[in-house]
Design a protein around this ligand. Structure first.
Ligand SMILES: [Ca+2]
Ligand SMILES: [Ca+2]
Ligand SMILES: [Zn+2]
Ligand SMILES: [Zn+2]
Length: 186
């Protein structure tokens, strides 16, 4: 949690003034009773209006409350805004807890554009095999997947082949990269 807090603080520091102002505005909008902090109720109230968001899991609000006083001050809320902006994965799809750092993702689902949804689980669920997923799944941590995505993007732009050939090689590339990156095959 400390790491993501520092990332969020750096992100905020580099925002243009107008974006900082708009985050202040969002904070005020969430802080219904204007006491300068966002309570769990205010938090849930805000996200319940936005249907289908992972943010309604209480584990996120609890994790964000770093000084454990039951509410989010602006500093703590910056982490929330950062997560909202970055669109990063936040909830373990098995135990539904908040994932602040490294997590594992099924590489087949990650690279399958058609499925549109990756399968992400926390280290505890992965290590303890507390999840159900297709049995041939190859899991990678989120950092390996990120570097693989980059290699694939570079590869794709360098090699201009026909769509079909490219597609086949691309899939093979995913499998090879997944193995060479030291991923664990279940
Ligand atoms: Ca409040
Ligand atoms: Ca707090
Ligand atoms: Zn989990
Ligand atoms: Zn999968």
């Amino acid at each position: 949690m400390e790491e993501i807090r520092r990332v969020a603080a750096a992100y905020y520091e580099h925002l243009p003034a107008k974006d900082k102002k708009s985050l202040r505005g969002t904070f005020k909008a969430m802080d219904k009773n204007r006491d300068g902090k966002i309570s769990l109720l205010e938090y849930l109230d805000y996200f319940k209006k936005k249907n289908g968001t992972d943010f309604t899991h209480q584990s996120i609000c609890r994790a964000l409350d770093m000084n454990v006083n039951g509410s989010l001050d602006f500093e703590e809320a910056i982490v929330l805004f950062y997560i909202m902006e970055s669109g990063r994965t936040i909830i373990c799809m098995s135990c539904k807890t908040f994932m602040a750092g490294v997590y594992f993702s099924c590489s087949q689902c990650f690279f399958n554009v058609a499925s549109r949804r990756s399968f992400d689980i926390c280290c505890d669920c992965y290590g303890g095999k507390k999840f159900t997923h297709h049995s041939d799944a190859i899991f990678c941590d989120n950092f390996s997947l990120l570097s693989q995505s980059r290699s694939l993007a570079l590869e794709a732009s360098a090699e201009k082949r026909s769509r079909v050939v490219e597609g086949c090689n691309w899939m093979l590339g995913v499998a090879n990269l997944a193995v060479s990156a030291g991923c664990i095959i279940m």
